[in-house]
Design a protein around this ligand. Structure first.
Ligand code: HEM
Length: 176
């Protein structure tokens, strides 16, 4: 196989005429990136709602994480969390970062730079451990599925799983 060519690329000879070659660091084929960007538009329209669902699911999965959010830690029920402007604000910031990464996922240098910046921001939050990023995998997948409803197909599930593993593992690595 030619050097630097992603084996996940669309069928045909790697690097051949008309072949869409993706950056070898990216575990998604050109076709998967195309589908992702198209499908992500459905999430983009409801970015904050997706972020609120993610945070609520993160706190449900690992309640100790809620204490790390200084303006949210005192809210003791999910109903109160859902009504909180502070939670919504945080959801908005988190999703703006994810949106920027997804929109530029094929510009891997840019995406990695953004990932590094997000990781650095977290290092300054007291008590934050890099491994905590991995906790967001299932909350992300569940939230995107809820928001997209029938647009969340089995094929998109495969793509979102690869995407979120890629982002979260690089967030963890960028903290080292
Ligand atoms: C998809 C993964 C994540 C992304 C993209 C993300 C993004 C962000 C962004 C953009 C901010 C705002 C930074 C600032 O205003 O300076 C933030 C704050 C924060 N994040 Fe994350 N985050 C992620 C996952 C997590 C996880 C899993 C935790 C677990 C504890 C976490 C904990 C925090 C805390 C404690 C803050 C500070 C909130 C405050 O101001 O009280 N983040 N995050």
């Amino acid at each position: 196989m030619a050097e630097g060519v992603n084996t996940n690329n669309v069928s045909g000879s790697p690097g051949g005429p008309g072949q869409h070659v993706t950056d070898p660091r990216l575990p998604l084929s050109a076709m998967q990136i195309f589908k992702l960007k198209k499908n992500w538009k459905g999430v983009k329209r409801r970015l904050e709602d997706t972020g609120v669902e993610m945070l609520i699911r993160l706190f449900r999965l690992e309640p100790s994480t809620q204490i790390q959010f200084k303006n949210i830690r005192h809210l003791e029920t999910e109903d109160k969390l859902r009504m909180s402007e502070e939670l919504e604000k945080h959801a908005g910031k988190m999703m703006a970062s994810l949106d920027d990464i997804v929109n530029n996922i094929d510009d891997v240098d840019y995406a990695m730079d953004k990932i590094t910046k997000v990781a650095q921001q977290h290092e300054q939050f007291q008590g934050f451990a890099p491994e905590q990023f991995s906790l967001m995998e299932q909350p992300f997948l569940d939230s995107v599925r809820i928001i997209l409803e029938d647009r969340y197909t089995d094929n998109m599930d495969t793509i979102y799983r690869i995407l979120i593993k890629f982002i979260l593992s690089n967030l963890v690595k960028a903290c080292r």
